[in-house]
Design a protein around this ligand. Structure first.
Ligand code: SF4
Length: 310
């Protein structure tokens, strides 16, 4: 008998905790609303990540190089390759957005000119956009793997410590809860007790008041105790087993997941932006449900946070 292999990343673990049925539609059936609006804020964040990844790659390759020149090279690559056009159509507005992102990125580099992260290539591994697949549990029947991708690994030289870094772009001055599943998963996967959330504001800041008040760029150091990491490991294991049982107990797993649907999550944070699966969740006729799936939803490639290079 072949083993049942299940690989989940932090976004899947979090979504299962929110609503198991939502996890099933999104990550098992790989459905998304065909008419779903594009997520501008997420796209802007992705673009800023491109700039940061290029910059920290250059920094790791040449740690004593001139930071402003490295920033300039990252911007040149971003603009000459027209990275922005991979996510937005070619309009005047898009070109203005490109200029805005480059300017904000340059401001970021200037802000941390003298106290930026230490990045270095260690054992031939670039500490940027690091994919991981770590074994959580294995027995005769199952193999459970936790996957993910970490934006940056940095060393805190004075204390001889390493920590992971997650870049978060934001359009408002919010601060994330420190112990979301994503961060606990990173702490578990790396074994590092520290992580840093690297906030990069994308708000308009015409008079530089946000910059001056420290609202545009800020960094939040988080500590993870051993107890917390162990507790998260147990939670992850429970989720893996719960999904495994639901997927294998019958030939109709959708019905099994429906039993544990979480109605409290349907509206999301606000009523105007409900869960994209309400159309099928509220339809109890199996044949009709299948038609709605075909009519309203698109089946995507299965999600994975990273793929090994071929
Ligand atoms: S509509 Fe509600 S019950 Fe259905 S998947 Fe979404 S959150 Fe879960």
């Amino acid at each position: 008998m072949s083993k049942f292999i299940l690989a989940l990343d932090a976004s899947q673990l979090a979504l299962y905790q929110t609503c198991p049925l939502q996890w099933y539609y999104k990550y098992k059936e790989n459905l998304s609303l065909t008419t779903a609006h594009t997520k501008d804020a997420a796209d802007k964040g992705t673009l800023m990540h491109f700039l940061l990844d290029n910059y920290y790659t250059l920094r790791a390759q040449d740690p004593v190089g001139n930071k402003l020149q490295q920033a300039d090279v990252a911007i040149q690559k971003f603009t000459t390759e027209a990275t922005i056009l991979t996510l937005f159509s070619d309009t005047q507005e898009t070109r203005e957005l490109e200029a805005f992102l480059c300017k904000r990125f340059f401001l970021y580099v200037q802000r941390y000119m003298s106290d930026d992260f230490n990045v270095e290539i260690k054992n031939n591994v670039l500490p940027v956009e690091l994919g991981f697949s770590k074994l959580l549990y294995e027995d005769t029947y199952v193999k459970f793997i936790v996957e993910g991708r970490i934006d940056l690994i940095s060393s805190i030289h004075t204390q001889g410590l390493y920590c992971w870094i997650d870049h978060k772009t934001q359009s408002k001055n919010y601060t994330l809860y420190n112990y979301i599943p994503q961060f606990k998963t990173y702490a578990w996967a790396t074994g590092y007790s520290y992580g840093i959330i690297n906030y990069i504001g994308l708000q308009e800041d015409k008079d530089s008041s946000l910059l001056k008040r420290g609202f545009l760029f800020k960094r939040n150091l988080i500590h993870f105790s051993t107890d917390m990491i162990q507790a998260w490991e147990r939670t992850m294991l429970n989720i893996f087993f719960a999904i495994y049982r639901k997927l294998t107990i019958t030939d109709a797993p959708e019905e099994v997941f429906s039993v544990v649907r979480n109605d409290s999550a349907c509206a999301g944070a606000f009523n105007y932006n409900p869960c994209q699966y309400t159309y099928i969740c509220e339809e109890f006729n199996t044949e009709m449900k299948q038609r709605i799936k075909e009519f309203k939803y698109t089946v995507h490639e299965p999600w994975t946070p990273w793929r090994p290079e071929k």
